[in-house]
Design a protein around this ligand. Structure first.
Ligand SMILES: Cc1cc2nc3c(=O)[nH]c(=O)nc-3n(C[C@H](O)[C@H](O)[C@H](O)COP(=O)(O)OP(=O)(O)OC[C@H]3O[C@@H](n4cnc5c(N)ncnc54)[C@H](O)[C@@H]3O)c2cc1C
Length: 464
């Protein structure tokens, strides 16, 4: 019987299993491997805080690429059974609820698997620490379990905790009141409500943490520092804007792209249409534009446009936006644009030294704890996980040219150290960020999981 190992049980891993089960017409063994609690379905949906919302409306987050109403239909049934209250298709629902949806989807797929002679073996609370390729098969090594040998392996590894930012005294990072992993649910629960907190980064993870602090009735100050001090914009009801990029003549430089988008935003504004409509209409073209940029343009984008683009593209539900604004207006949350110089622990208080962006002034303030909200680490050379270290050392994977993920084809076939395209190891999700740029959210990953299942099954059938 042919066999597949899926390493990672978050959205990418779960959807890989679901698609393989749905599409397979050969007997299969699928190992779905998750090092943490399998019920949480990865970092994004492991939160138990109801204020942490999906940043995409309910009608756009079906987990299945070819069934756009799948989540809405599930919600209708959940409403009938009293699990949730009334909801609108345009609501931004709690991420925790989405985790429940994924759990049920997997449970249903398990039932289908039994009927189709597919053996789904779930290995939980154990991590894969190494991988070998021998005679066209992969051998998967675990920290605790015995190894397994499979025909195909999917790396559905997802998000790693953020990298420490550069400061003058990096030895500080061993301090107990510094939390490199902002998604550690228990860390926030330890914070005393009267104390000052620093959140490094002003994006979506900062919003999550600030909302949780507010929900816990936090009384101390919440300082936020990021290079530009940009805050996420709110989602709003917008009209759809017609596509304006020519698929056959896409811009090949940042400047060309910027000019086209700027002109379009001005045109839209003159018609009373929000720039957000314009930005949203670009989404179907983003992967192709990124693929058309050479390395110089990709680097230029990362240097000059990435932060601005992040703000335009990644918005927050209006409820979350309003809550953050309330915290700002009350003076509890203060945002600085600037560069952190150092953290010094003095008698249980951490002195934060910061160079402000607007006037280059050095300022300092005391906090009791610090959370790193700068976004997942994507440079695989810096990821301190046994599996990653081992397979990089063996040359089975290598970072992509941008150091934003793993080198692979756009279909997710791994390109190894010798630049050979693997027929054994595949990937999807954030590992493909350097290749596709847009590769971290549900709408992209559900399509990747669907296509990857087709590709792997085709290859397996070809060998029977
Ligand atoms: C806080 C947060 C909120 C988000 N909110 C949204 C949103 O609202 N909408 C949206 O579209 N996208 C959102 N995203 C983007 C998110 O990345 C995707 O939606 C999706 O959840 C990614 O799933 P994943 O499986 O690729 O990664 P992850 O969720 O990170 O899952 C990877 C899993 O692999 C496991 N794993 C890793 N290495 C090993 C190993 N060696 N052995 C065994 N197991 C291993 C990990 O434990 C983890 O459970 C959010 C991301 C984050 C971080």
């Amino acid at each position: 019987m042919k066999s597949i190992a899926i390493i990672g049980g978050g959205f990418s891993g779960t959807l890989s299993a679901v698609n393989l089960i749905m599409k397979a017409d050969i007997p299969l063994t699928i190992y779905l491997i998750e090092k943490d609690d399998p019920k949480t379905k990865g970092i994004a949906y492991s939160t138990d805080d109801e204020t942490h919302l999906l940043n995409v409306p309910a009608l756009k987050v079906s987990a299945l690429a070819d069934q756009h109403n799948h989540f809405i239909d599930w919600l209708d049934k959940a409403k009938e059974s009293g699990l949730i209250n009334d909801f609108a298709h345009t609501d931004f629902l709690p991420r925790k609820l989405y985790g429940q949806y994924l759990n049920e989807l997997l449970e249903q797929s398990e039932k289908i698997a039994k009927i189709k002679n597919i053996n789904l073996i779930k290995i939980n609370h154990d991590q894969v620490i190494d991988l070998d390729i021998k005679e066209e098969k992969s051998i998967i090594y675990f920290e605790h379990h015995d190894s397994v040998t499979v025909d195909k392996t999917i790396l559905a590894l997802g998000n790693y905790p953020p990298a420490n930012i550069n400061i003058e005294n990096p030895e500080f990072y061993s301090d107990n009141n510094y939390f490199q992993n902002p998604w550690n649910i228990n860390a926030l629960k330890q914070i005393e409500t009267e104390t000052n907190v620093l959140l490094i980064g002003s994006g979506l993870t900062m919003v999550d943490l600030a909302l949780s602090l507010a929900k816990n009735n936090h009384q101390g100050k919440i300082f936020v520092v990021s290079p530009h001090g940009y805050l996420p914009e709110p989602h709003e009801k917008i009209v759809s804007y017609p596509a304006f990029f020519d698929k056959n003549n896409l811009p090949v430089t940042c400047l060309q792209a910027l000019k086209i988008v700027r002109n379009e935003i001005i045109k839209a504004k003159n018609q009373g249409i929000s720039y957000k409509s314009v930005i949203d209409s670009i989404r179907p073209f983003i992967q192709d534009i990124w693929l058309g940029f050479d390395i110089v343009e990709k680097k230029r984008f990362m240097r000059y446009l990435r932060h601005r683009w992040g703000v335009l593209r990644h918005r927050v539900p209006v409820q979350a936006y309003n809550k953050i604004n309330k915290l700002i207006e009350s003076g509890q949350l203060e945002i600085f644009a600037g560069k952190i110089k150092s953290f010094t622990n003095k008698d249980h208080l951490i002195d934060v030294q910061l160079k402000r962006r607007n006037d280059n002034q050095i300022i300092s303030f005391p906090v009791s704890c610090i959370f790193n909200c700068t976004g997942p680490e994507s440079n695989y050379l810096n990821i301190n996980e046994p599996l990653i270290k081992n397979i990089i050392k063996k040359g089975l994977i290598k970072p992509d040219m941008m150091n934003l993920g793993i080198d692979a084809t756009i279909k997710g076939e791994i390109i190894n150290f010798e630049n050979n395209i693997s027929e054994q190891i595949f990937t999807l999700g954030s590992t493909l960020k350097g290749i596709l740029w847009e590769s971290t959210a549900i709408p992209e990953i559900r399509v990747q999981a669907d296509k990857l299942a087709d590709l792997i099954l085709k290859q397996l059938k070809g060998k029977i």
